[in-house]
Write a protein that binds this ligand. Structure first.
Ligand SMILES: *Cc1c(COP(=O)(O)O)cnc(C)c1O
Length: 494
């Protein structure tokens, strides 16, 4: 299997190791496998008795054919050990009315990004060796909060790498900020940006596309790579938990083998839900993909009208990891459904005008699989409260966006399939807003919100979070967008 750009360059293809090493294709497109591997019900049946790391190694080996199964198993066992994911990597709980919740936040940073970022650095270091790369890799990350911390945890003190994270100084929760500012490790840098997530992301993209700057770094023995979900190494581990969840629902008797499930995913950069789409295309019995957005509802509009238009106000919401107006992985969807010429054309339009519109025929291809809903702030808070009071499930604000979307989807459609709602963060990561939603009083210092929420609900704070709350901040720099490149240079070569 080899990897090609969504926009058509490098038509001869590159290896999976190379795609993981570089992140972005040379024409600015995203890497995709030339063909998707297929699985059937027998495959799922055979996977069901295995552990999560075994399932992961099997599924990853379908995509990463220049890694041996033994390498992948070693990486998966290291990444998804019982010490790191407590009690397990991707448990499913039953909500009500045929709805189930896939909890992806039991890892070291209490958000679903750990599912990819615990294993990706391992795949990445192997990729460097497989590509005979001797330069130091500088992982450059723009984050709306969760990616940054998860990437820092994944890459800290990994040989041959450095990691630098930019986050919008007022666009992440207090707990998220504290998690990043207290990061330990000899190869890490964390810097706040005056602006929002899109500012941080476009700043990083600009640095990546500056060839002169790359040359300068390279002369100093450093090259840039990304840990954002534009990197295939981020995406491929996410396919695993959808297939694994299907195995678990089958094993528990929630569904019979072959029954379709619908999936509802709280969405920002379109990475998580896109992984579910890949699982579906591979042959996992998945019906509709419900794309749940917050008030930054650019994807809801796209999925209801076929027009992507980022020219709109940006809202800072209580689900900040989804405050995104440019959902990068949508490009991969366009590529799969429309091919690279169309994708390149629409991406040019997006860059020039901030928008593009699908033809009716193209839009039909999209709506066959996807439907979009968005949840405003009041409804989000009400959903946190309702879900806690009615079914005794304490969920975070991102998960609430999805729970609300799933409820409305069930109302609007004759729901025949069981619905799997994806839960992407521990409620304690967004404790102040969860507390507020439940009618508790927000403490003056947001860092005290977790213990107050714990006192109110009796649900324990996850261990990794409670230990961080006691640490003091060490990374406190805040800079303007224009200073990002200089800051990268100093960290890389200084
Ligand atoms: C990153 C994140 C999302 C959005 O995921 P995408 O893959 O960017 O769509 C949703 N919820 C939480 C808690 C996140 O950290």
């Amino acid at each position: 299997m080899n990897y090609i750009s969504t926009r058509g360059a490098e038509a001869e293809g590159v290896s999976s190791a190379y795609a993981i090493k570089t992140g972005l294709a040379s024409d600015g497109g995203l890497y995709m496998p030339r063909e998707l591997p297929k699985i059937d019900l027998d495959y799922i049946k055979a996977l069901a008795p295995l552990t999560y790391p075994e399932r992961a190694a099997k599924i990853l080996s379908l995509f990463l054919d220049d890694y041996t199964y033994e390498e992948l198993l070693e990486d998966a066992e290291g990444a998804y050990s019982e010490k790191k994911f407590i009690p397990s990597p991707a448990p499913i709980t039953e909500l009500d009315g045929g709805r189930y919740m896939l909890e992806l936040w039991h890892g070291p940073t209490s958000a679903f990004k750990d599912m990819a970022l615990q294993i990706m650095p391992r795949l990445f270091v192997r990729a460097l060796r497989k590509c005979n790369e001797s330069r130091c890799a500088l992982i450059l990350v723009a984050t709306s909060g969760d990616t940054g911390k998860a990437a820092l945890e994944g890459y800290r003190d990994v040989d041959g790498t450095k990691i630098k994270v930019f986050y919008p100084i007022n666009g992440v929760s207090r707990v998220q900020k504290h998690q990043m500012q207290t990061q330990e490790g000899g190869n890490v840098s964390v810097v706040g940006i005056v602006g929002n997530f899109d500012d941080a992301q476009s700043g990083v993209k600009k640095i990546f596309s500056d060839t002169e700057f790359s040359k300068e770094l390279s002369d100093g023995g450093v090259f840039l790579s990304s840990a954002n979900s534009i990197n295939w190494g981020r995406l491929v581990p996410q396919i695993v938990y959808y297939i694994s969840a299907y195995c678990d629902m089958y094993k528990s008797g929630a569904i019979s083998l072959g029954d379709k499930i619908d999936v509802c995913v709280p969405t920002g950069n379109f990475g998580n839900i896109f992984a579910a789409f890949i699982a579906k295309l591979m042959g996992a019995p998945i019906g509709k993909l419900v794309c749940a957005s917050n008030k930054n509802n650019v994807l809801t509009d796209f999925l209801t009208k076929g027009e992507y238009d980022k020219n709109r106000d940006f809202h800072a919401t209580i689900s900040p990891s989804m405050d995104i107006l440019i959902s990068s992985n949508l490009e991969r969807l366009l590529y799969i459904l429309l091919g690279h010429e169309k994708t390149a054309e629409y991406m040019r339009k997006l860059a020039a005008d901030g928008k593009y519109k699908l033809t009716d025929e193209e839009f039909k291809l999209v709506s066959e699989h996807f439907v979009g809903y968005y949840t405003d702030e009041d409804e989000c808070r009400a959903t946190v409260k309702r879900t806690y009071e009615n079914i005794n499930s304490l969920i975070d604000t991102h998960t609430a966006v999805a729970v609300s979307a799933a409820e409305r989807y069930a109302c609007d459609h004759k729901a025949e399939n069981k619905m799997l709602v994806v839960s992407t963060a521990s409620p304690y990561k967004f404790a102040a807003d969860v507390l507020d939603s439940l009618g508790g009083k927000k403490p003056e210092n947001d860092l005290l919100a977790p213990s107050e929420l714990e006192a109110l609900t009796g649900v324990a704070i996850p261990a990794p979070l409670s230990s961080i709350l006691e640490k003091t901040a060490i990374h406190k720099d805040v800079i303007d967008r224009e200073e990002m490149m200089a800051s990268v240079k100093e960290f890389a070569l200084g």
